[in-house]
Design a protein. Structure first.
Length: 63
């Protein structure tokens, strides 16, 4: 069994962090990327409602 993984990325995150998302996604066979347009690395603080919705939707879809 492989672990399902949700990768959250911000479109305004530093390049180092944004550039790391695709290789991590490629390395994890059951991963999905969700990008927060207009947000940086701390979307859980700048868009808490959307962050919560994304995480809960992922959990619901995978269960």
């Amino acid at each position: 069994m492989t672990t399902l993984t949700l990768l959250l990325s911000g479109s305004e995150s530093p390049p180092l962090l944004k550039d790391a998302t695709d290789p991590v996604h490629d390395a994890l066979p059951n991963s999905r990327i969700s990008t927060f347009d207009g947000h940086a690395h701390e979307a859980m603080l700048t868009a808490p409602d959307r962050f919560t919705e994304e995480v809960l939707a992922f959990i619901r879809e995978e269960n």
